[in-house]
Design a protein around this ligand. Sequence first.
Ligand SMILES: Nc1ncnc2c1ncn2[C@@H]1O[C@H](COP(=O)(O)OP(=O)(O)OP(=O)(O)O)[C@@H](O)[C@H]1O
Ligand SMILES: [Mg+2]
Length: 331
Amino acid sequence: MRHDSRSRLYGQGQSPERLAGWPESSPEPMRFSFAPSAFNDDLAWSPSGAVASPLTRALAQLGDLVGMAPVKAVAREICAEAIVRQHRQNAKLCVNASARHMIFTGRPGTGKTTAARAFGKMLAHCGLLSKGHLVELERADLVGEYIGQTAQKTRAQVERATGGILFIDEAYALARGGERDFGREAIDTLVKHMEDRREDLLVILAGYPREMSYFLSLNPGLHSRFPIHIEFPDFSERELLQIGERMFLERDYQLTEEARRILRQRLRKEREDPHFGNARSVRNLVEESIRRQSMRIVEMQEPTRTDLMLLQGADLRQESGASSPPHMAWS
Ligand SMILES: Nc1ncnc2c1ncn2[C@@H]1O[C@H](COP(=O)(O)OP(=O)(O)OP(=O)(O)O)[C@@H](O)[C@H]1O
Ligand SMILES: [Mg+2]
């Protein structure tokens, strides 16, 4: 993908510095190493963890995501910017409005929507957005069917999203119909409004890498309007396993050693599938195993608490002959 000199790429190509206190994938509780002196009282990180401010909680939520070093690097930069802006305001120095619109590229299930939602919360707590909500849209939400309708629809969505994040999934669909399509009008309307409202609106265009690259090549003016570009790599086998284990833990389940071994084997195998849906596929696998365990437990007279929590190898094992039944398609 071509990069405008004004846009910064965060992703695989570049290795962002490891974030001190933000382990890339550690089940340990988060510890921040932001210099306390960089925070004003309101934003102070409490090392004891006794009183966590909303910003600290939002950052912890972001930091807690498995992998995603580029996302965490951007979050830290924006957070630092917000704090310094506050200092500058207090010192009666000039504070410029800066656009933070972003492009997210990555394959299915690599956490693009999850990251956008976490950004929204963080930016709201940093005081850079007034609400921090996420409005997730696709082509049909913006493009109308007759002249004038597209601008109207797009304006209404911008209105809804103001104060938060306007997230357009599969953004390249806006260029689907070529020059004479109303998608063009949606892009133009959006660009105008996002410039006007850049102080209280963050626009994120998301999509799969190849399609987004093509979309941006058709709209060369867009690159410079989206100064931050984050690549979401596929999760490694280790990260997938960690995501799976966390999902089980969050749902109050535990794995036997055998179950964990089978989980790892299945993830290793499924990861090779071109249709593998990263963290979403892990979620499907987790939910499928829970259904299997329920079928086993429902036969028991009086299941104990341990029975209810424990997942055995058989619950994780792929049914023979059923490589991808419809209910667990890796979408
Ligand atoms: N880093 C992560 N750690 C733990 N869980 C994650 C992580 N990233 C994503 N997930 C989980 O995986 C699922 C899919 O994530 P998400 O919807 O954000 O992916 P996506 O990139 O937006 O996918 P798509 O391109 O298909 O829209 C969600 O249930 C989310 O909670
Ligand atoms: Mg998504």
